[in-house]
Design a protein around this ligand. Structure first.
Ligand SMILES: C[S@@+](CC[C@H](N)C(=O)[O-])C[C@H]1O[C@@H](n2cnc3c(N)ncnc32)[C@H](O)[C@@H]1O
Length: 205
């Protein structure tokens, strides 16, 4: 598995680094890694892992990463086996490109990977924005329905959708959320659920 720290990238034993932490967050499609940094700094008992296919995005955050944060360069449609069974929480914030299409189409490589990295009962949060869904040919509502169905087939149960507006997006600790909040179409939806469980939480901002 390729991990990045500033300009250098190397194979690192993620499970070894995460040992001793109560919980592990894996943020798939992490972009510039801001959300991972936020979780690592505000929750010292958590180990936070950001995964993105784009090396350039991760360079800056990885250089400043605290001991309980790690950035991994990987395709979400083929998540590294080294992450298997680690996550007590998986997040996917404002995906685009093949990650969004994978969610909409229930791409087996993506869903099997998400299931594999999750511990039993792991929490899942997926935030989808209207603009990215429109580019993929869906409304916010139809995209939500389609992704929910795909997640269900993949073993994740999502509760009722939580609709997010500009105010909610401003409270999200990701770079893309901030950008969307001040953009042309600040609408999004959050699907929140658990692996194989019907107990879901409501507050998604
Ligand atoms: C709109 S950005 C959102 C970034 C971040 N989650 C945020 O909220 O600021 C979407 C991210 O998904 C990543 N992505 C798209 N397809 C991917 C794939 N197949 N595997 C890994 N990352 C992917 C992109 O590289 C990009 O960083």
């Amino acid at each position: 598995m390729e991990c990045i720290r500033g300009k250098t990238s190397a194979g690192i034993d993620a499970a070894g680094l995460a040992a001793g932490y109560d919980d592990v967050l894996i943020d798939v499609g992490t972009g510039d890694g801001r959300y991972v940094m936020h979780v690592a700094r505000t929750r010292p008992s958590w180990f936070a892992v950001g995964v993105d296919a784009c090396r350039e995005n991760l360079r800056k955050a990885s250089r400043r990463a605290p001991a309980n944060a790690l950035y991994v360069i990987a395709n979400a449609l083929a998540l590294p086996k080294e992450l298997d069974g680690m996550a007590s929480k998986v997040t996917i914030n404002f995906p685009w490109g093949s990650l969004l299409v994978g969610l909409l189409d229930g791409e087996p490589g993506l869903l099997e990977g998400l299931l594999a990295i999750a511990r039993p009962g792991a929490a899942l949060e997926v935030r989808l924005n209207a603009g990215a869904l429109a580019d993929a040919g869906y409304t916010l509502e139809s995209g939500d329905t389609r992704v929910r169905r795909a997640l269900h087939a993949g073993g994740f149960e999502a509760g009722d959708p939580v609709w997010l507006d500009a105010r909610d997006l401003r409270r999200c600790h990701t770079t893309w959320a901030k950008r969307l909040a001040y953009g042309r179409d600040p609408r999004a939806v959050c699907l929140r659920g658990r692996l194989g469980s019907h107990s879901v939480l409501r507050d998604c901002a």
